[in-house]
Design a protein around this ligand. Structure first.
Ligand SMILES: *Cc1c(COP(=O)(O)O)cnc(C)c1O
Length: 384
């Protein structure tokens, strides 16, 4: 099979090219003519425009699955996939530390359909086994977690799913298909917030669901009814972004690793969390599973350093939530993703008030390293 980069440029492109257009034009139309009464109608909500078709084929080629479907957001992908594979009364198991929106869906929405869940210690197979109930239908995981960048034992999870006949779903947003392809490990459904690395420019919202043909038929039927489809213009933007996915993510991997190395040696830092560092608790697993360690770095700043001064001294990183774009973004999870989480729950997860999360962009590696280390220097008292 051609390399991921070649697939990202060429897979899914229409042959012959439409009107000879080298890039796929935007089919900004809500409906299509009906040539014969026998033909099924084509309608914008059915996600069957030329923009959707090309994008689906490209995404499936990147994920290594039969088929894929784009949605209006990452949460639309997650909710549509879950409501496709689960029935009322089903139970699912997932590790603690899930993305906040997903956890809220589990906590507040799925119980309306009598779908309950159990959260377990990710690395404790016994805990997973103990959580299984006669009605357990699915296992839900994330490949790399927010914001602590834990790398999950994905082979244990697919083995568990196989042994117990569970549908396995995984949110692969943080790794992107460049660094990890969970379908090759046996996951049934791969989910992405395409708002992040797949979109890559902090300028669109989208989601993706990838999986085998039969399962994706159910997903498509559910998506048609829930209605969270992606607009053709957003399809165009996402399609364009995918062509540069490989070069973007590899560059972000490289810069993030350089930042993590520099921060490890910095006296203003207590602890750096980056899967590429030997000090990361899952470093060996990350080496075995991932083609790259990703563009996210989290770190705890020492109590002696002043966080306000640090943030004010930064010149490049933009203080904003979300991730995966061309601009380096910086946040404190306690003020963003984990704002609504009770302090004792945050403490139990290991998310301190001094934890900072960096989404490395595409600025020059040395510039990002220098900017962050200079701001850290400024945050320390003069005698430190
Ligand atoms: C952002 C994100 C989501 C939700 O995606 P949206 O596009 O914001 O709906 C889900 N999972 C992870 C890991 C995310 O980072």
């Amino acid at each position: 099979m051609a390399s991921l980069d070649t697939r990202s440029v060429h897979a899914g492109e229409p042959h012959p090219r439409i009107e000879g257009a080298v890039t796929l034009p935007v089919f900004q139309t809500a409906t299509y003519t009906h040539e014969t009464p026998e033909q099924p109608p084509r309608y914008i909500r059915y996600s069957d425009s030329p923009n959707h078709d090309a994008l689906h084929n490209k995404l499936a080629a990147l994920a290594g699955t039969d088929d894929a479907l784009v949605t209006a957001s990452g949460m639309a992908a997650i909710s549509t996939a879950l409501l496709s594979v689960l029935d009322a009364g089903d139970h699912l198991v997932a590790p603690r530390g899930l993305y906040g929106g997903t956890l809220a869906l589990f906590d507040t929405w799925l119980p309306r359909f009598d779908i309950k869940h159990t959260l377990v210690d990710a690395d404790d197979r016994g805990a997973w086994e103990a959580a299984l109930q006669p009605n357990t239908a699915a296992l839900y995981a994330e490949s790399i977690t927010n914001p602590l960048l834990a790398v999950r034992d994905l082979e244990m999870m697919t083995d568990l799913a196989d042994t117990h006949g569970l549908v396995s779903l995984i949110d692969n947003t943080f790794a992107s298909p460049v660094n990890l392809r969970p379908a090759a490990l046996g996951f049934d459904v791969v989910l992405h917030s395409a708002t992040k690395y797949l979109g890559g420019h902090s300028d669109l919202a989208a989601g993706a669901i990838a999986g085998p043909t039969a399962l994706m038929e159910d997903v498509r039927a559910t998506a048609k009814l829930l209605g969270g489809m992606l607009d053709p213009h957003a399809c165009f933007l996402l399609h364009r972004s995918l062509k540069t996915l490989g070069v973007r993510v590899r560059q972000q991997n490289e810069t993030a690793h350089a930042v993590a190395d520099a921060l490890s040696a910095h006296r203003a830092i207590d602890r750096v969390r980056y899967p590429g560092l030997a000090s990361h608790p899952h470093h060996e697993r990350a080496q075995a599973l991932l083609d790259g360690f990703g563009g996210m770095v989290s770190f705890d700043v020492v109590p002696a350093a002043d966080l306000d001064t640090f943030f004010e001294a930064l010149r490049l990183p933009v203080r904003a939530s979300s991730l995966g774009g061309v601009e380096t973004l910086i946040t404190q999870p306690v003020h963003t993703s984990h704002r609504g989480v009770a302090p004792e729950v945050r403490a139990a997860l290991g998310i301190t008030d001094r934890l900072v999360r960096l989404s490395v962009g595409l600025e020059g590696t040395d510039d990002v390293v220098e900017d962050v280390t200079t701001a850290l220097n400024a945050s320390l008292p003069p005698d430190a």
